[in-house]
Write a protein that binds this ligand. Structure first.
Ligand SMILES: Nc1nc2c(ncn2[C@@H]2O[C@H](COP(=O)(O)OP(=O)(O)OP(=O)(O)O)[C@@H](O)[C@H]2O)c(=O)[nH]1
Ligand SMILES: [Mg+2]
Length: 591
């Protein structure tokens, strides 16, 4: 059985402070996999290890390099994790990458973490106490504010029990990764396995992956695979075969029909059709207070999303102090930005990114994705995470698309499909009512409307759709006594003078299509429609009918029948051929 209680924890901290040694001491697995790493005693690439905690919860470690030259790799490693282990060596204390890594974890909004003071055995007790005492102040105002600080030594093993217990308590407070049926795996490795094709690894989020699933690839190097469906041939968690793997797990996925070179770190696998895949997004940007220069749109940037980075173009939509459309953000300032990258990736509001100055590998800031499909010009865009804004900007949105755009499942409010902004709905309803009124008694041909208006029309109480034609119902018409009397009189209507109808009411009823003026004789529309069906029935039998035949069938007088037939000839229900009527192009089905 797959245990779902698993958490992914990344290391962080200055070079040589003992991150890899700590992971190895905790798991028995050396995360430094490469000969060069072992030879140089330096982590160059991401390393992976795992263990079971006393509670039974599983923990996967992603071990990152501390050297500033490998900052890109560090950011890639922490892009999808739940929590962090910030490592500070007692021998050296807080150093530049202690600070920089903490800032990165903070920008990414990592949910929890702890600090381990390592190399305690190599420093005097006073020194250890001083370093440990200084840490909380460094954490103030970050996601690690108030985090536990544990002292240990990976070589002697002192304090490791405390580290495990604290980590166990910490993972107990982390939420279990939700399964929303929207699997996304940012690839951190892709390699060939003899006889089995390609294996990719990464931290799975949003949903599960099972053998036989079809996945699609996105990202900078997955371009060649665009549109191709990749079948999952095998799944492993921590080296053991599984039928499926749930969200929040480190997973190794064996894919059929793909070269390992077609996928790299920074590419992404998703369930097809469940993600909005975009090159452009609006986001918050918080500029680091420690930056020694403002962030300008003229700069060249690298944006880190998930396990990948891409060259990015930046536009400032709004600076924090309210100045709109400025071209710089000062250190410590927050604002709204539009970011454009070269290769489309699957994003959802709430995703985090880190912004680096291109070339310098200097972290500038980062933030939260707010809009994965910005449609307003930068001068008008005011992105936030509200679903209402997305709907308001579009007016009408397909509910499925809205879920992709927002990550929120929204019930459609029209025709099981559309979510409609209230203002857009009112405007469209007004437009429709005007069009129906304009069409008058003839009615508005519903087939000529687009799908949205058709759906809305069906919901307007003041419009009645009959035989594909929309006519105004109008409030209260059914209760007008003269109209009721006319309807009850059927094919022998009394003269209007007898019904005391005023001209306005008559005009309205004609316009709404409730009454038909057949050459000066006024019939209820329902009687005219019924007569047309009776005539159609006769024609189905005889092919052509005389006035006398129609009169007998309707049981009405010749005067009314002549008026009706003249109206039918004029409206195309019938055609006159000498003494006979034959079917016209608008002949309805028989009664
Ligand atoms: N005495 C002592 N030595 C340690 C401890 N932790 C690490 N070391 C030593 O410090 C050196 C660096 O340790 P690593 O674990 O490679 O440090 P790192 O933080 O992973 O380094 P990078 O990944 O390159 O940033 C090695 O020689 C370790 O043996 C410790 O707790 N006590
Ligand atoms: Mg290391």
């Amino acid at each position: 059985m797959v245990t779902s209680s698993m958490h992914v924890v990344a290391t962080a901290g200055h070079v040589d402070h003992g991150k890899s040694s700590l992971v190895a001491a905790l798991t028995g697995i050396d995360p430094d996999r490469w000969p060069e790493e072992k030879a140089r005693g330096l982590t160059i690439d991401l390393g992976f290890a795992h263990r079971t905690l006393p509670s039974g919860r599983q923990v996967s470690f992603v071990d990152v390099p501390g050297h500033v030259r490998f900052l890109r790799t560090m950011v890639a490693g922490v892009g999808a994790v739940d929590a962090c282990l910030l490592v500070v060596a007692a021998t050296e204390g807080w150093k530049p990458q202690s600070e920089e890594h903490l800032r990165i974890l903070d920008l990414l909004g990592i949910r929890g973490g702890m600090v381990v003071i390592t190399k305690a055995g190599a420093a005097g007790a006073d020194r250890v106490a001083t370093v440990a005492a200084n840490v909380p102040a460094r954490l103030a105002g970050t996601i690690l504010e108030g985090a536990p600080v544990v002292v240990a030594d990976s070589v002697t093993g002192a304090g490791l029990g405390d580290v495990v217990a604290t980590l166990d308590a910490l993972t107990g407070t982390l939420p279990t990764a939700p399964d929303m049926g929207r699997s996304r795996l940012w690839v951190d490795r892709s390699f060939p396995i003899r006889g089995a094709g390609t294996v990719v690894t990464g931290t799975l989020a949003g949903g599960s992956v099972a053998i036989g699933d079809e996945l699609v690839a996105h990202g900078p190097t997955a371009a060649r695979l665009r549109g191709r469906s990749l079948r999952v041939r095998g799944v492993q968690v921590h080296g053991a075969d599984r039928p499926r793997v749930g969200p929040g797990h480190r997973a190794a996925i064996n894919l059929a029909g793909v070269e390992h070179r077609d996928l790299h770190r920074g590419d992404v696998l998703t369930r097809p059709g469940r993600w909005w895949v975009t090159r452009r997004f609006d986001a918050t940007l918080q500029v680091l207070a420690a930056l020694d220069h403002p962030v300008s749109t003229r700069g060249a940037f690298t944006v880190h999303l998930g396990s990948g980075d891409q060259a990015a173009r930046l536009r400032i939509l709004r600076a924090g102090r309210g100045a709109s459309g400025g071209s710089t953000l000062e250190p410590g300032e927050g604002g709204l930005v539009r970011i454009e990258v070269g290769a489309a990736v699957p994003l959802v509001p709430g995703d985090r990114y880190v912004l680096l100055e291109h070339g310098r590998a200097e972290v500038v800031g980062g933030g939260e994705v707010l809009d994965v499909d910005p449609i307003l010009a930068p001068s008008r865009a005011r992105p936030d995470r509200s679903v209402e804004r997305v709907v308001a900007e579009r007016g009408w949105v397909d509910a499925t698309v809205l879920t992709l755009l927002t990550g929120v499942v929204v019930a459609p409010d029209l025709a099981d499909r559309w979510v409609v902004d209230p203002a857009a709905r009112t405007a469209a309803a007004d437009e429709l009512r005007a069009a129906v009124r304009g069409a008058g008694g003839a009615g508005l041909d519903v087939a000529g409307l687009d799908e949205r208006h058709r759906a809305l029309l069906a919901e307007l109480p003041e419009v009645t759709v009959e035989s594909g034609l929309a006519r105004p119902t109008g409030p209260g018409t059914a209760d007008e006594p003269w109209l009721r009397a006319l309807e009850q009189a059927g094919w022998s209507p009394p003269p209007l003078a007898e019904l005391s109808v005023d001209r306005t009411a008559l005009r309205a009823a004609l316009q709404r299509g409730r009454v038909v003026d057949a050459g000066g004789v006024h019939f209820a529309a329902s009687a005219v429609d019924a007569a047309a069906r009776v005539v159609a029935g006769l024609l189905a039998e005889h092919g052509g009918v005389t006035v006398a035949q129609v009169r007998d069938a309707l049981g009405s007088s010749r005067r009314y029948v002549l008026a009706l037939l003249a109206h039918f000839d004029a409206s195309g229900v019938t055609r006159r051929r000498g003494d006979l009527r034959i079917g016209g192009p608008r002949l309805p089905g028989p009664a």
